[in-house]
Design a binder for this molecule. Structure first.
Ligand code: SF4
Length: 732
């Protein structure tokens, strides 16, 4: 950490620009030193409220990405997937795209065109692609592929009047004011290290940090207390904790009576939750549950942190509703250091943007795997980056993709999606173009400046959608590349960002850090000077302030009655991996040390070399005769893959963990068949976090391994050998 230290380059330079790192959702401020328009050095911005001068290696080395040989610089096309790509100019590439789009639409209508998106795609892609899909009447639009569980239709929305996609009550700079922080089913220490810094700062000042997860994550290793439960029982544990707290009256009666309704309904839904039985199902001791309940009840203000970009896809609305009940019962809402603080939030409502642009179709959430399987051959798919990283369903959706009439990929670097693409269009890297950044881990809007000259062949997504729209003669068109005008229009049109503008966000004209949204009135553009604020950012730190209404509403909680409405959550939660054929649960991690341009630049193994691995508990490995480095076969009815075993006691015995995700090109997963093991979520449901599987030493008898696993898991259920945790402090 380099707090307060002013950092200057020692290399020759003729200027310095402030901008925002675009490598992850933390949104750190950078000082970029240039010479003759070329980046020569990058430092953290000491004046930026997120990183205060510190910067992680990914941000520091971002200048290398500009000259990385993996940076795509020329459009490529091919008529059929069996052919090699040929390099062409932009005009020929876009002619090819629009020609094929016209052909697809002449045969099957605009509904046969699908514009795919992911929450981590750049703002310019998402916004322009959404308008393109709306104006074309495309069969799908980018926002339909976002994780559906936290949207407007769920219980969380009914409870608080705000969808989970926007629910960060107190941003990270406020977390030092917490007395308790519960990290639920997420690993921000791995997925968002800079966002985890405030948790560590708070812990070092005496804040209790607890974790509920089925793995001993990096966050768990840094916590005071971790409840490591059986896979699939995290929400059951949370429900039992609520039951213990409600039974003992460990709630804030003033807040509950003034600001909530239907506590009785919540009580009734908790009545069947017997903590002893829950402890057995979760494979923890009743004392461990009791201990965590005591901490949660006594640590006010309390906040729950969950739903980072990696975990969000499988966190269910219902379980986050339980987390919201926890902070509401303790009265930890609308105060410093409290709240339900989801990461990966955004102020933008793309469905509303699409319908304002004339979109007349209902657009329910879609699962890409299901869509691909159900699509007839010859349809068109357009995407940014690598949608395969999120694609579930095994080989079938990939086979369907290979039968598409047109697949277009917009990207900065190579990726596994190239294997299915007819067209690859080279995009500018974030240092090479202006753009809006909705910093999803900090409820911030920021402006990213162009500080480097892009290679001549690269374009930003706005220009691409503008030209495709013009060639198809779509009404309304699209911005031809004026990112600032485009951003101003969209900011002004959204009720949660209507007071923001590019001028107000520019880090060279204003204090770095952008604006916290909601920013709906002029006072949101100034440094907040309430008694709560300890930082130097502009806008509202606390979402549900007692004397203030939520943006775009006249109520503090924009529910019909203006109060929090407790939701009974009855859904059954079952442990995964209990059937005889599939005694184990497999889960995958997110790669945090790779970018689309670099590949895995922080890993200690070279790019392009297959090195997949599967983590397995030592007792589980011993039961099936596997030693470290032996090849382990992981299988279920959909298929199998083999990879070296990594013995690690950070997992429960019933869990296998692929830490580096499944994309076989970024980072380097050539060794795995594509995501053969993962089930498709039901429409509108979150992804399954766990897939039931079995495992055995490659070449050995699967039946024998299955019997050994059954014996192991039926017997000793004590979970992993604990590694040292900070001892819980005595209760006050
Ligand atoms: S933490 Fe994220 S935003 Fe900050 S420097 Fe690293 S990659 Fe960039």
């Amino acid at each position: 950490m380099t707090f307060g230290k002013r950092q200057e380059t020692v290399r020759p330079s003729d200027g310095m620009h402030r901008t925002i790192c675009g490598n992850c959702p933390a949104g750190c401020g950078l000082k970029v030193f240039v010479l003759n328009g070329r980046v020569v050095d990058i430092f953290g911005d000491e004046d930026h409220p997120v990183n205060k001068g510190s910067v992680c290696p990914k941000g520091l080395l971002a200048c290398l990405a500009l000259t990385a040989p993996r940076h795509l610089t020329q459009p490529r096309i091919r008529d059929r997937l069996q052919e090699d790509f040929r390099t062409v100019d932009w005009s020929e590439a876009l002619e090819f795209v629009t020609g094929r789009l016209s052909l697809v639409m002449s045969q099957a209508g605009p509904e046969a065109v699908h514009v795919i998106g992911a929450e981590s795609d750049p703002f310019e892609y998402l916004s322009a692609a959404t308008l393109f899909a709306a104006r074309l009447g495309a069969g799908s639009a980018p926002f339909q592929f976002f994780p559906p569980a936290l949207g407007d239709a769920g219980r969380l929305h009914r409870m608080l009047g705000v969808s989970g996609a926007r629910l960060q009550m107190n941003p990270p700079r406020d977390w030092a004011a917490s007395r308790g922080i519960l990290i639920y089913r997420s690993d921000p220490a791995a997925a968002a290290p800079m966002t985890f810094g405030p948790v560590l700062d708070a812990r070092d000042r005496g804040t209790w940090v607890g974790v509920i997860d089925s793995r001993r994550t990096i966050s768990a290793a840094r916590a005071n207390q971790a409840l490591v439960v059986a896979p699939g029982t995290e929400s059951l544990a949370l429900k039992a904790l609520l039951r213990l707290m409600v039974d003992r009256g460990a709630i804030n009666p003033d807040f509950v009576s003034e600001w909530t309704t239907d506590l009785d309904g919540l009580r009734r839904s908790l009545a069947g939750v017997e903590p002893g039985a829950v402890a057995a199902a979760c494979r923890v001791t009743p004392a461990a549950l009791e201990s965590m309940a005591r901490q949660l009840a006594s640590r006010r203000p309390l906040q729950v942190v969950a739903a980072d970009t990696a975990s969000r896809a499988y966190l269910a609305d219902d379980e986050l509703c339980l987390a919201a009940s926890l902070v509401a019962l303790t009265g930890s809402i609308g105060v410093p250091g409290g709240g339900l603080n989801l990461l990966a939030v955004s102020p933008f409502n793309w469905a509303r943007t699409a319908s304002a642009a004339g979109d007349r179709q209902p657009r329910p959430p879609l699962d890409l795997g299901r869509l691909l399987i159900s699509a007839s051959p010859g349809q068109a798919f357009m995407a940014y980056g690598n949608p395969l990283a999120h694609l579930r369903g095994g080989q079938a959706p990939r086979d369907a993709l290979a039968r598409a009439g047109l697949v277009v990929r917009l990207a900065c670097g190579p990726g596994a999606f190239d294997d299915f693409a007819h067209v690859v269009l080279p995009m500018t890297w974030w240092l090479e173009s202006d753009g809006l950044l909705a910093t999803s881990n900090g409820r911030m809007l920021q402006w990213q400046r162009r500080v480097a000259t892009p290679p001549p062949g690269c374009r930003n997504p706005l220009a691409v959608w503008a030209e495709i729209s013009a060639r198809l003669r779509l009404e309304g068109g699209s911005a031809a590349g004026d990112a600032a005008g485009w951003a101003d229009d969209l900011l002004g049109a959204d009720p949660l960002t209507t007071a923001a503008s590019v001028t107000a966000l520019d880090p060279e004209a204003n204090p770095p850090g952008g604006l916290l949204w909601p920013c709906t009135q002029a006072q949101d553009l100034t440094l907040e000077n309430s008694r709560f604020v300890r930082g130097n950012s502009r806008g509202r730190h606390i979402l549900f302030l007692p004397w203030s209404s939520f943006g775009g509403s006249d109520k503090r909680f924009p529910t019909p009655g203006g109060r929090i409405v407790f939701q009974p959550v009855e859904a059954p939660f079952a442990p995964v991996g209990t059937d005889a054929d599939h005694p184990l649960a497999l889960t995958i991690g997110a790669v945090v040390d790779a970018t689309t341009v670099f590949g895995p630049h922080l890993s200690n193994h070279p790019p392009h070399r297959p090195r997949p691995l599967v983590r397995i508990h030592p007792r589980t490995a011993r039961a099936i005769g596997v030693s470290a480095g032996d090849r382990l076969t992981v299988a279920n009815a959909r298929g199998a893959f083999s990879a070296p075993a990594q013995i690690a006691d950070e997992l429960p015995e019933g869990l296998l963990f692929c830490p580096e995700g499944l994309d076989h090109r970024v980072p380097d997963f050539h060794g795995l068949p594509p995501a053969a093991l993962f089930a498709l979520p039901a429409p509108g449901q979150p992804l399954a976090a766990y897939t039931p599987v079995t495992a055995y030493a490659e070449g050995s008898d699967p039946g024998r391994a299955r019997r050994a696993l059954a014996r192991l898991l039926a017997g000793d259920r004590q979970g992993p050998t604990p590694f040292p945790l900070r001892p819980p402090e005595d209760l006050p």
